[in-house]
Design a protein around this ligand. Structure first.
Ligand SMILES: [Zn+2]
Ligand SMILES: [Zn+2]
Length: 173
């Protein structure tokens, strides 16, 4: 969805309410494959203030992405607040969301940026995802495998040692 800016440049205190529903293509972001399930809903109140536009509202989308622990795809419903100010000044080349040639603001791109800013860095299919067995690769959410593993993740074991050392040094100190 693009917003033509010419009307907004001349008006002062102009307001418009927008509700857009769009289907977005999947994308790859920082190594994560993201798919959008169903339409993305963008609802905005736009206020023109001479050289700037205030955009307030929210964006809601259902994202399908891979769990960072077990690699299974899962659905992540997101609902994020949009609160952006866009400069309409011609000299403001920093405004990447504005297409100067077409004089348009890309609302979809703005919504996408808000979603990506709020995306968890390490998405989990559920808070207590047990991940994969490091030996056989079994998804431990589906049940235990037959591998005889130390129940403590080796990386956590090192942390455990550090905490114990810390405890000791506290007692000694
Ligand atoms: Zn998982
Ligand atoms: Zn295993």
């Amino acid at each position: 969805m693009k917003l033509l800016l010419s009307d907004w440049r001349v008006a002062d205190d102009l307001q418009q309410t927008l509700a857009v529903s769009e289907l977005w293509p999947s994308l790859n972001w920082q190594g994560q494959q993201i798919q959008f399930k169903g339409p993305v809903q963008l609802s905005l109140q736009i206020t023109g203030q001479q050289k700037s536009l205030l955009l307030r509202g929210e964006i809601a989308a259902n994202l399908e992405l891979a769990c960072s622990r077990c690699a299974e795809d899962f659905l992540l419903p997101m609902r994020c607040v949009v609160d952006e100010t866009i400069s309409l000044a011609d000299e403001d080349e920093q405004e990447m969301l504005v297409d100067r040639a077409q004089d348009e603001l890309d609302l979809s791109e703005l919504g996408l940026q808000v979603l990506l800013e709020n995306l968890p860095l390490q998405p989990l299919c559920r808070p207590d995802c047990r991940g994969l067995c490091s030996l056989c690769g079994q998804n431990l959410n589906r049940g235990n495998c037959d591998c005889e593993t130390d129940p403590i993740d080796p990386r956590l074991a090192i942390l455990g040692q550090l905490f114990r050392q810390d405890d000791q040094s506290k007692k000694e100190g």
